[in-house]
Design a protein around this ligand. Structure first.
Ligand code: MN
Ligand code: MN
Length: 388
């Protein structure tokens, strides 16, 4: 490419970029434009109004999902908001490509899960409880409360769709009745009357108070429980601007590929800028209103506004912060990670770990200003600052 054609090429690229965003407009006068912004795609949208989206509704309940189809940036994790009517059963099914991590917001849910070697477990879940089903393990969910129940499911693969699971009615409906008859010892004519397509969420009879016995009348218990009561946990640390509850493989040994957090921020408080070296982050706003800022290197950053019921996503290693945008309301946000261990590096910790002279030179700041930086991890700051 000659100098002339290269200039012409870059000029065209800048024009195209200018047409789609304001960021490129200033690039020509900006001394930082050596970063070749025109060669970079802008930081993609990371916000999705999940509860405002179209729901899949069947007789016993409904579900809305956020996958790479709705939120293309979310390659590592997907999420579902599910509601079951009283007695409603999300039928027996499994997931070929993802584990399932869930948090109950409202109502009570009973699950039965089966793993290899015939080990299984039936559990009742209250609001604030978490379940984890390893990838491929068969399970079902039932609302055992008298009101509608609501829970959030998080999956450790962004391509996972709740509407493409391996469901029992779909499977049996597509297996020759004579094969089922030979396998299970019931006449083929009986299986011929089974549903031919997936029922997904069906109405169930009123559930018993106590956990009912299984068909085998004995259970080979799974070695690790699938239930963790997250909101019963004493916050591991309290901050002036909020609290965080966290569950990892350490507290919940079966949860080897995922971990999660419920973060409460007071009005105006900030979960300080940080990143996760090991995991992508999937977010759901349980209540409140916040701003989330994401930094994606090369001058790319984006701030999105979130309300109750919105989902968000931060790729592994990307800098981000969460700010409660309300001056009255608490913010409660559910966060899932696609790693069993929780790792984070916060801005305050990073700065505090470096020599003061280096920090002053790095930021062209005075020694005096650097002296006043926090000498400890802030993690959550109140509307008035980090405090001590
Ligand atoms: Mn499932
Ligand atoms: Mn984070």
């Amino acid at each position: 490419m000659t100098d002339f054609t290269r200039r012409g090429f870059l000029g065209t690229a800048a024009l195209v970029a200018g047409a789609v965003g304001i960021e490129a407009a200033a690039a020509e006068d900006d001394p930082r434009s050596y970063k070749h912004k025109e060669d970079l795609e802008a930081l993609p949208n990371f916000h999705y109004a999940m509860e405002a989206s179209h729901a899949r509704v069947t007789e016993g309940g409904s579900a809305r999902e956020a996958t790479i189809k709705q939120l293309p940036i979310s390659k590592g994790l997907a999420g579902v908001s599910m509601r079951l009517k009283p007695g409603g059963i999300r039928e027996l099914h499994w997931h070929a490509i993802a584990a399932e991590w869930a948090f109950v917001i409202k109502g009570r849910v009973r699950t039965t899960v089966i793993g290899p070697d015939g080990v299984s477990e039936t559990n009742d879940f209250n609001p604030g409880d978490v379940w984890y089903f390893p990838r491929g393990h068969g399970h079902l969910l039932q609302n055992i409360s008298a009101e509608e129940c609501h829970f959030i499911l998080i999956f450790d693969d962004g391509a996972f769709s709740e509407f493409g699971t391996f469901s029992s009615t779909d499977w049996l409906g597509h297996t020759p009745p004579h094969v089922l008859a030979k396998s299970l010892g019931i006449p083929a004519s009986a299986f011929a009357r089974f549903p031919k397509e997936e029922l997904y969420i069906v109405n169930g009879r009123t559930p018993s108070k106590e956990v009912p016995p299984n068909h085998a009348k004995m259970q080979k218990l799974a070695p690790n429980t699938h239930r963790y009561p997250l909101m019963d946990q004493e916050p591991y640390e309290t901050f002036r601007g909020g609290i965080e509850r966290r569950v990892t493989v350490k507290e919940f040994p079966i949860s080897t590929t995922m971990s999660g957090v419920v973060l409460n921020l007071d009005p105006g408080a900030v979960r300080e800028p940080h990143w996760h070296p090991n995991a992508d982050e999937w977010q759901y706003i349980i209540s409140g209103h916040c701003h989330i800022g994401v930094f994606g290197s090369s001058g790319r950053s984006r701030i999105e506004e979130f309300h109750q019921g919105d989902a968000g996503y931060v790729p592994r290693g990307y800098g981000h912060y969460i700010e409660n945008a309300s001056d009255r309301e608490q913010l409660q946000i559910l966060i899932g990670f696609n790693h069993g261990q929780y790792e984070e590096i916060s801005l305050s910790t990073w700065l505090a770990a470096n020599p003061e002279g280096i920090l002053a030179d790095n930021f062209r700041a005075s020694d005096d200003l650097v002296q006043r930086l926090p000498d400890h991890r802030v993690f959550i700051a109140s509307k008035d600052g980090p405090g001590v």
